[in-house]
Design a protein around this ligand. Structure first.
Ligand code: ATP
Ligand code: MG
Length: 691
């Protein structure tokens, strides 16, 4: 390989083949950490430097804006004029194309992109009578239809069996086109439409983008696939990379099918597999492979590493969510490479305990891809309500909650309240009551309700020992619970769960006015500290599993390994759901370079309730010889450590594979010489045999 440009040095044979592959469609199918993203960036450099492609003739599509920025950085390290390469997400590329060619669809190029709230407001003006929940459902189903490029005329029964749904979609679509704006789904489906209708545009695009590369292809949806199809002409150099085992957005319409049928859609496809993993130690890789082998219908891939086996993973059983966070914190402090450490969890609400423990212990951290717990909309709403209850002169809080949920108070009614404010000595509750005199209609009813709720809640303070039941009541009676529940149904968001988590947080405070003030003070403090910490790069990353896609860290903590939490859902979840969760586990494990930790609690207070927890079924899938377990129950069965030989009357001789604490009891997972495995309680099991 002497004489080859420096950026090609160090690539393995398959990577080099992929980087320097010619014009035929290319599918790189490979496991985590095998250098897929690196192949894409290096290929861009090769195409420009060695093949003479203009940077501006290259389009690279990634999954998140962060990934796009990173890819751009990497390319710039290898190519002098990399600026011209277009590196975007599918959506930002769609918006770019649409703006430049808006006139083809009779749109203005400066259209506004509607987010979910805008879509909802539009639906509200169109279907005034429909309850909010139903509007949210329409919004979700329309977006689903668009994920598959389906029009109002198409058969939509698999999305919404109600025959009137087509008409609702049509009315919405007509109005949106009249206004001239676009929703999120339009950013993909309108470019597809445009390219199909205008042969001239299609020709121009094929001439402009001679090269197209797609990262994380396994998570593209039906509409994105169709866009890719339209963008690729007969002479386009098309390459996509993906890993079927890392497909984790099925709930958003992603289709693994796109990968499985790629060679049919693009005849002549060359498939290259990459098998060397450059990221993780041998142990981490073995754990990942062993876990994902429980899924069916995989394409099947090999991964190996020349790195040594490395250290074993550790599994911590903690008493509850507080000790879980402390266990992680102590471990992190012992090493203190904060910037190379990530704590992963399944649901956003789990970040709260880590945030507060890390604060207390002085561990710097940053939250990725989501707001700090106390900065979230639903939490701020509730905190505003609580603040108003503790101080009815708090104008900022008042403005935030007075019409949320909508209480029919217009501008005029509000102005009236503020006119009475001075007389009431700044007290907005008093001012509201005063303003009611002479007020009529919707506004009067809304304001009366608001005053009544505030009075009732003020009286209720002090009725319970801790603040938790009080906060719970405020969330319900303020109407915020219903309001955010409706949002959850559509967005798959976790606002209600976060609200319940706020109740958990309040449990550590007295149910008195003093307790409430302390609680609000802590939240205030949290906010200030967060702003101060923003500039420090050496911080632990707190992140949901979904957001870790494509990233890597030396040390990774996978937390909350409990049934119901991860895998998420109930015990009756169907196999497809479990397999998707298992792929998410695979993604999480493979983020780690050197060290891997799992945590599981015996009891957890989450979402305002304390519950006994059962270890995640995924723990059983970890190869026990590669994982050290810490904090197991040491009851009467403490003797039956993994590796202990025993004799059972029915099954014969076996070896303890795992010793788990489950629902207050210790259970043994035993592998017998006959090949059978069984889960047994030690007291019924058996005699221990000497080694
Ligand atoms: P994921 O599936 O998680 O997105 P990936 O297949 O995209 O992973 P990369 O992120 O491209 O993998 O590579 C993983 C790590 O291995 C990176 O740190 C990358 O720089 C490194 N790497 C890839 N190929 C090589 C190589 N030939 N020599 C040395 N390091 C490499
Ligand atoms: Mg990658």
């Amino acid at each position: 390989m002497s004489g080859s440009p420096s950026y090609l040095k160090g690539l393995n044979e398959q990577q080099l083949e992929a980087v320097t592959h010619g014009q035929e469609p290319l599918l790189i199918l490979a496991g985590a950490g095998s250098g897929k993203t690196r192949v894409i960036t290096t290929r861009i450099a090769w195409l420009i430097n060695d093949m003479g492609f203009e940077p501006s003739s290259i389009l690279a599509v990634t999954f998140t804006n962060k990934a796009a920025a990173e890819m751009s950085d990497r390319v710039q390290g290898m190519v002098s004029d990399a600026q011209g390469v277009m590196i975007k997400t599918f959506h930002s590329f769609g918006a770019w194309l649409l703006r430049r060619n808006a006139s083809l669809l009779d749109m203005k190029s400066h259209f506004t992109i509607y987010d979910d709230d805008d879509v909802l407001s539009l639906l509200k003006t169109l279907f005034d009578e429909a309850p909010r929940n139903e509007l949210r459902r329409y919004s979700r189903d329309i977006s689903r239809a668009k994920d598959d490029c389906l029009q109002p005329d198409d058969d939509l029964s698999h999305i919404n069996p109600d025959p009137s749904f087509n008409e609702i979609y049509r009315i919405y679509e007509t109005r949106l086109r009249d206004i001239g704006n676009a929703d999120f789904g339009d950013l993909i489906s309108l470019p597809v439409k445009m390219l199909r209708e205008s042969g001239e545009l299609k020709k121009r695009i094929h001439q402009k983008f001679r090269v197209i590369l797609v990262d994380e292809y396994q998570d593209s949806n039906g509409a994105q696939f169709q866009l890719l199809k339209e963008l690729s002409g007969p002479d386009t150099w098309l390459a996509v990379v993906g890993d079927d085992d890392q497909s984790i957005y099925r709930f958003r319409g992603a289709e693994v099918k796109n990968i499985l049928t790629f060679h049919e859609s693009f005849p002549g496809t060359k498939v290259i597999k990459l098998e060397e993993n450059y990221r993780s130690t041998g142990n981490i890789l073995s754990i990942a492979s062993s876990v994902v082998s429980n899924n069916s219908g995989r394409l099947g891939k090999t991964l190996w590493t020349r790195k040594g086996s490395g250290v074993k993973a550790k599994l911590f059983y903690s008493e509850n969510q507080i000790t879980e966070a402390q266990d992680c914190a102590e471990n992190i402090m012992a090493n203190s490479q904060y910037g190379e450490t990530a704590v992963l969890y399944r649901t956003n609400a789990q970040s709260r305990e880590f945030e507060s423990t890390f604060r207390k212990m002085g561990i710097p951290y940053r939250l990725v891809g989501t707001l700090s717990f106390y900065s979230r909309e639903e939490i701020k709403d509730t905190v505003a309500f609580l603040s108003f209850l503790s101080n009815s002169r708090d104008e900022v809080a008042f403005r935030r909650i007075i019409n949320k949920p909508a209480r029919g108070l217009g501008k005029v009614s509000l102005e009236k309240v503020f006119r009475y404010m001075l007389d009431a000595g700044g007290d907005l509750l008093e001012a509201s009551k005063a303003a009611l005199g002479g007020m009529k209609g919707k506004g009067a009813k809304g304001l009366t309700d608001f005053c009544r709720i505030c009075d009732q809640l003020s009286e209720a303070l002090g009725e319970s020992a801790t603040l938790a039941p009080y906060v719970d009541r405020v969330i319900r009676e303020s109407g915020l619970l219903e309001y955010h529940r409706a949002q959850d149904e559509v967005d798959h968001s976790q606002k209600v769960r976060n609200l319940e988590e706020l109740v958990t947080a309040a449990d550590q405070y007295d149910g008195t006015m003093e307790g409430l003030s302390e609680f609000l003070e802590l939240i205030e403090l949290d906010q200030t500290m967060l702003e101060e910490e923003d500039n420090d790069p050496d911080r632990v990353t707190l992140i949901t599993m979904h957001n870790t896609k494509g990233l890597e860290f030396d040390r990774v903590f996978i937390t909350g390994m409990e049934e119901g939490l991860f895998p998420r859902g109930d015990e009756y979840a169907d196999d497809d759901d479990i397999e998707e969760e298992r792929r998410l586990f695979y993604v999480s494990i493979t983020r780690a370079r050197k060290e891997l930790f799992f945590t599981s609690t015996r009891r957890r207070m989450l979402y305002g309730r304390t519950e006994d927890r059962y270890p995640s079924r995924f723990i059983d899938e970890l190869p026990s010889e590669l994982v050290d377990t810490i904090g197991e129950d040491s009851g009467p069965s403490g003797d039956f450590k993994p590796g202990t030989r025993l004799y059972h009357e029915d099954y014969g001789v076996g070896v303890v594979n795992k010793n788990l604490f489950n629902n207050g009891h210790t259970v043994l997972h035993v592998i017998f010489e006959s090949g059978r495995t069984a889960v047994l309680m030690p007291e019924f099991c058996a005699h221990k045999l000497e080694k």
